[in-house]
Design a binder for this molecule. Structure first.
Ligand code: 4AD
Ligand code: MG
Length: 462
């Protein structure tokens, strides 16, 4: 008999069918006449109840059916009399694939804290919470590709190993095959990278944007979707050392087109999750955050506020609020500032534009005032910055000026500058932090809980 996934058992027309199911035991309870097993196979948050008539099974057979063990059951799917489920399986056969010793299985008990489960990251996908989060994460990844593919954007794969630092933050993970205990040195006593694998220093990318611009100025509109790496020592609930980023880049888009796309994109993803992950969102709302569905719908229904950094600073200063980091024109906004604007002042997402050039990356288009750039950050409730982007400086001379002003090593940038030397065009793009989107949609509060294997300072166990 062909296996049926548990999610499909709840489809119309299934009642009365003989079925074969396989999965992991969540709980077993009952008495000497009848035993009930709650079985989950990961295809849905819902368990199927297996009813074992003890006239047909021995205690010996049942002994191995403990929480965490894996089993195969065949039997008839019938309507359930019990409350909390619509259907159950009257078992005919039972086979145990693998046991899970109750003495040592870490998830034997229910109700573990998220902190405890972070220590058990190799097993936590078997819990309801992480099952829900990972299914939502997968659905969002699909929605992202669907959004861009339906709009004629091409998926571009940019390199993970790179010799240039896109964001200029300098927090990169070096990639080398040199023997760290026996480094080749030049006459000046410094490491001789000509002996390294690529013949020069390289690192893991912090962003695919620069290569994305090469794609956009050839294919018109591209998007990347891949891992990025940042070696900043930020231990916050919103930072990972390895995170996934989606970076669309579009020729002939100005900052307004860019904002329109970002807003449509993020609404599309949230709408997709509401439509396709209703069970999982409902579960997470029930367990962690009853306001979650309303917050998601709120974003869909609201028009994002658009204002300049300067206007934002004025609002913060006029608020009378004491912030941990004082506000002054020119400072980089902290999450407390962003969240004040979004959660308290406006009560909806905000797109802040036209930041001071000194706190933004070299590639952003300089405004006519000479001191701000055409940047845009999308700020979200509970999250703060979820998207960062800009219109790009398309003038060769102005871009070169910025590169020199900021002391960016020119020799690494020649290929990027060629986009401005040959057929330069106005263009724009942005980066969405995938885990920050998953955080928002799941209502989880720590970014370590929305990626299967989080990498943070001091943590790369699993
Ligand atoms: O604002 P960022 O640094 O922008 C860029 O990297 C640009 N190259 C994007 C572009 O214009 N193509 O990062 C973009 C987004 C942030 O808004 C945030 O959501 C996320 O990436 N992000 C992080 N997410 C998790 N952990 C971190 N350490 C992150 N750093 C940035
Ligand atoms: Mg940013």
């Amino acid at each position: 008999m062909k296996r049926t996934k548990i999610t499909d058992l709840f489809s119309p027309g299934m009642i009365g069918q003989e079925v074969s199911v396989m999965g992991w035991v969540r709980t077993r309870r009952g008495n000497k006449h009848v035993q009930f097993v709650a079985l989950n196979d990961g295809s849905t948050i819902r368990n199927i109840q297996i009813v074992l008539d003890m006239a047909r099974f021995t205690d010996e057979e049942l002994k191995a059916v403990t929480t965490g063990s894996s089993i195969h059951v065949t039997g008839r799917l019938v309507e359930s009399m019990g409350k909390g489920q619509s259907a159950e399986i009257q078992a005919d056969t039972l086979k145990v694939f693998g046991t899970a010793d109750p003495e040592s299985y870490p998830l034997q008990k229910k109700g573990h804290t998220l902190e405890f489960l972070r220590e058990k990251a190799h097993l936590r996908p078997r819990t309801n919470t992480f099952g829900a989060v990972l299914r939502i994460r997968s659905a969002l990844a699909f929605a992202i590709h669907k959004f861009f593919q339906e709009r004629g954007f091409f998926y571009l794969n940019t390199p993970l190993i790179t010799a240039s630092d896109c964001e200029g933050a300098g927090a990169m993970f070096q990639v080398t095959t040199l023997d760290l205990n026996d480094l080749p040195k030049g006459e000046d006593g410094r490491v001789d990278y000509s002996a390294d694998f690529f013949g020069k220093p390289t690192a893991l990318t912090v962003s695919g944007q620069l290569e994305g611009e090469l794609g956009a100025t050839a294919l018109g509109a591209i998007y990347t979707f891949g891992p990025t790496f940042r070696a900043e020592n930020s231990n916050t609930p919103r930072h990972l050392s390895e995170f996934w980023m989606i970076e669309p880049e579009m020729a002939f888009y100005d900052i307004t087109d860019n904002m329109d796309l970002a807003e449509a994109f993020i609404k599309y993803c949230i709408g997709y999750a509401l439509e396709h992950c209703a069970d999982d969102i409902e579960f997470l709302a029930k367990m962690y955050d009853e306001d979650l569905p309303a917050r998601l719908r709120g974003v869909l229904e609201s028009e994002f506020v658009r204002l300049t950094y300067t206007e934002g600073i004025d609002i913060l200063k006029a608020s009378g609020r004491k912030f941990e980091f004082p506000v002054e024109w020119g400072v980089d906004l902290q999450s407390e500032h962003e969240r004040f604007l979004v959660e308290e002042h406006f009560g909806k997402p905000v797109i802040l534009t036209d930041y001071p050039k000194d706190i933004k990356a070299f590639y952003m288009k300089l405004n006519d005032d000479g001191r701000t750039v055409r940047a845009m950050d999308v700020l979200f409730p509970k999250i703060g910055e979820i998207i960062g982007g800009s219109e790009r400086e398309e003038s060769y001379d102005k871009l070169l000026g910025r590169i020199e002003e900021m002391n960016i090593p020119m020799k690494d940038m020649w290929w990027y500058l060629d986009t401005r030397r040959f057929g330069t065009v106005p263009h724009s793009g942005f980066g969405l932090g995938f885990e920050r989107l998953v955080l928002f949609v799941t209502g989880m509060t720590n970014i370590r809980d929305v990626i299967p294997f989080p990498r943070t300072p001091g943590n790369a166990e699993f």
